[in-house]
Design a protein around this ligand. Structure first.
Ligand code: DSN
Length: 410
């Protein structure tokens, strides 16, 4: 298609080239399929459809109803959920709607602290969650950097929360939904699992399904799920009305029906044997990556990973190297990562002592364990030679060679 707005479409082309020619190691990113992209860019963007299938405030929603109903049906089947709301514009909106559905301002909630791997919407004081609700944070142990379920139980007995939130953005290990359900039952709390990072691993059968245990499960569609940007809420039947009312009219107006149709496509794609293999490969790649990084003296927080995500403590590799500087150097070499604090990090979140890495995107691009080892070598070379432009140029060339063999959008 010939574009009239060449300025903007050239920007999009440059971003596509960036995605095709550099390594995407941000744990929360992925490459959506051409069919997901086509649905997200479809004429469904033109339609107003406040309400839900068969209960809309505007006419002309016959096909929008078909698309949204298909998305709901597919995601309920995929996760074995009693109810689904596919309208949240984002994961943060999904969480906000969940809280609006079951909490009153000032209610007590437990969530994982941001500095131990939680999320802004799990009670950070600068986020609506910490402003409106009375959050108490739990974290990982100092000894093994894993979630301390006894600590959650003690905190729950002390605080008597109305809701316990599980889920994280920087925790490489499996969070056990059955153990948190037990704690919630003991203190009479509701249980919400934020599966933003791991939804695709759950759908692919390599992570415990929290739907069985949690009253509410929220997730984003664009991370391991490999769908369009957006959020989804799953819940028990008795919370269905409250959740739906919280999303609309409580929080949002017109749903993004083009995005909802793209969510439907990704639920279709996730319900296949290929996706199961994909999810298993994400984890195998992450574990191979962890092993390879270990040989270069990078320390893996918690000693490794059970998921798609690795949290690297850079201090064993080079005490002077901050996450911020590492991210900048790796960007120059064509390796896209994000700085991240490690548990009890002495540096601020803007500087940080760690890097968060993930394998969902490179696995979609077709890379396997051997390539993870190559990437670890390239990273170590770039970071060691960070003051030498020739080294960075050499690593950039190595990255380009690798990406030429594994191109997400040829
Ligand atoms: N931005 C997401 C992530 O990278 O994990 C969290 O919202």
């Amino acid at each position: 298609m010939k574009h009239r707005d060449t300025e903007l479409f050239e920007i999009i082309q440059r971003e596509k080239t960036r995605q095709n020619t550099t390594l995407q190691l941000i744990a929360s990113e992925n490459f959506a399929s051409e069919e997901v992209l086509a649905a997200a860019g479809s004429v469904l963007t033109n339609k107003y459809s406040e309400g839900y299938p068969s209960k809309r405030y505007y006419g002309g929603n016959i096909h929008i109803d078909e698309s949204e109903s298909l998305a709901i049906w597919r995601v309920k089947k995929l996760f074995g959920a009693e109810h689904a709301n596919v309208q949240p514009h984002s994961g943060a909106n999904a969480n906000m709607a969940a809280y609006l559905a079951v909490l009153q301002p000032g209610d007590t909630v437990l969530g994982m602290s941001l500095d131990h791997g939680g999320h802004l919407t799990h009670g950070s004081p600068v986020n609506f969650s910490g402003i409106i609700y009375n959050f108490a944070g739990y974290g990982v142990t100092e000894s093994d950097e894993r979630i301390d379920y006894d600590n959650i139980a003690e905190l729950a007995r002390e605080k008597q929360p109305k809701l316990i939130v599980a889920g994280s953005t920087a925790y490489p290990r499996i969070i056990q939904p059955d153990l948190i359900r037990k704690i919630a039952d003991e203190v009479g709390a509701l249980f919400m699992f934020d599966a933003a990072h791991v939804a695709g691993l759950i759908a692919g059968g390599v992570y415990p399904n929290p739907v069985e245990y949690a009253d509410i499960v929220t997730f984003t569609n664009h991370k391991t799920m490999r769908g369009p940007r957006g959020g989804t809420i799953l819940c028990k039947a008795e919370l269905a009305d409250a959740i739906d009312k919280a999303v609309f009219p409580g929080l949002q107006g017109g749903p993004l029906e083009h995005i909802i149709s793209a969510k439907a496509v990704s639920f279709f794609e996730a319900d296949t044997p290929e996706f199961k293999n994909y999810a298993a490969q994400i984890v195998k790649n992450a574990q191979a990556f962890a092993d390879a990084l270990g040989t270069h003296n990078f320390r893996l927080v918690s000693g490794g990973t059970d998921t798609h995500l690795l949290l690297v403590d850079l201090r064993t590799f080079d005490e002077e190297l901050s996450g911020k500087d590492a991210q900048i150097v790796l960007d120059k070499a064509g390796i896209t990562t994000n700085k991240n604090t490690v548990p009890d990090d002495p540096r601020s979140p803007f500087v940080a002592s760690g890097l968060r890495l993930g394998t969902p995107a490179v696995t979609t691009a077709g890379m396997r364990e051997g390539e993870m080892s190559t990437i670890a070598d390239l990273m170590a070379e770039a970071l060691k030679g960070r003051n030498d432009e020739a080294v960075l140029k050499k690593v950039r060339a190595g990255v380009a060679d690798l990406c030429a063999k594994f191109t997400p959008y040829p």
